[in-house]
Design a protein around this ligand. Structure first.
Ligand SMILES: CC(C)(COP(=O)(O)OP(=O)(O)OC[C@H]1O[C@@H](n2cnc3c(N)ncnc32)[C@H](O)[C@@H]1OP(=O)(O)O)[C@@H](O)C(=O)NCCC(=O)NCCS
Length: 212
């Protein structure tokens, strides 16, 4: 099994792994074209990390960032219209999804598209009150037939190693509150659990942090 940077040719396999292993969520509902555009945005951002573990075919992948605010700014500058077009194309043929989008996300997304967050940390504060440079583990998935063989741990170790080299002070991620397997996995890798938070759909998520 080898670990390497994700490439453009990996995107279709990564989209398949995402759909099969992370089946819930608004991005999945927006369709494979949108997911493909979303993953492509991690390949161009200098603050992003996109890894693939493979043994013949793609066994798993991880995407995240070493500076959440810088990655968001890059996304807004270079990928926002691409993502908006792909999202709109799905919404136009899915009236129910459009209604939910208008109810729960439209205002926030439009606000987010107009202005980028201020430079610096997305959240987290280092000791002494100084802001911590925060990276985010956005998504990880391992092919269901290859789980519990160490693929996930290799991907996360690769990511934390890159984050350390970039001087990241804090990493964070969210797991679905009911995702016991992922929570065991992150605890075992030294991540610390934080208090449950709810997203705009009212879904509970358990945050984890790691100071790499
Ligand atoms: C979470 C996930 C990435 C773990 O990948 P993996 O390759 O199976 O993990 P590893 O084999 O590296 O496991 C490392 C350790 O984590 C723990 N662990 C992993 N899966 C576990 C499970 N289902 N139950 C309990 N502990 C688990 C174990 O301690 C394991 O070590 P061990 O097998 O020697 O006991 C994988 O289960 C997955 O893709 N799940 C679906 C997608 C998902 O939930 N992603 C996370 C969303 S935040």
């Amino acid at each position: 099994m080898s670990l390497r940077a994700m490439e453009l040719d990996d995107v279709p396999a990564v989209v398949r792994l995402h759909r099969a292993n992370l089946p819930s969520g608004f991005f999945v509902e927006l369709g494979d074209r949108f997911l493909g555009r979303y993953y492509r945005s991690f390949l161009t951002s200098p603050a992003a990390v996109a890894l693939v573990a493979e043994s013949g075919a793609a066994a798993g992948f991880l995407v995240g960032s070493t500076d959440a605010a810088a990655h968001h700014r890059h996304l807004m500058r270079f990928s926002r219209w691409d993502l908006a077009r792909a999202g709109l194309a799905s919404l136009l043929v899915r009236p129910e999804l459009t209604a939910r989008f208008m109810r729960t996300r439209a205002r926030r997304y439009l606000r987010g598209m107009r202005r980028s967050p201020a430079p610096g940390p997305a959240d987290g504060t280092a000791e002494g009150g100084a802001p911590a440079r925060t990276g985010v583990l956005s998504h990880i998935a391992v092919d269901s037939g290859l789980r519990r063989t160490g693929v996930g741990a290799v991907l996360v170790d690769g990511f934390t190693g890159i984050a350390r080299v970039h001087g990241v002070e804090r990493l964070r991620l969210y797991t679905g509150h009911g995702n016991e397997a992922a929570q065991h996995f992150y605890r075992r890798l030294g991540w610390e659990e934080r208090e449950v938070r709810h997203d705009i759909d009212g879904m509970p998520w358990t945050p984890f942090i790691l100071d790499p």
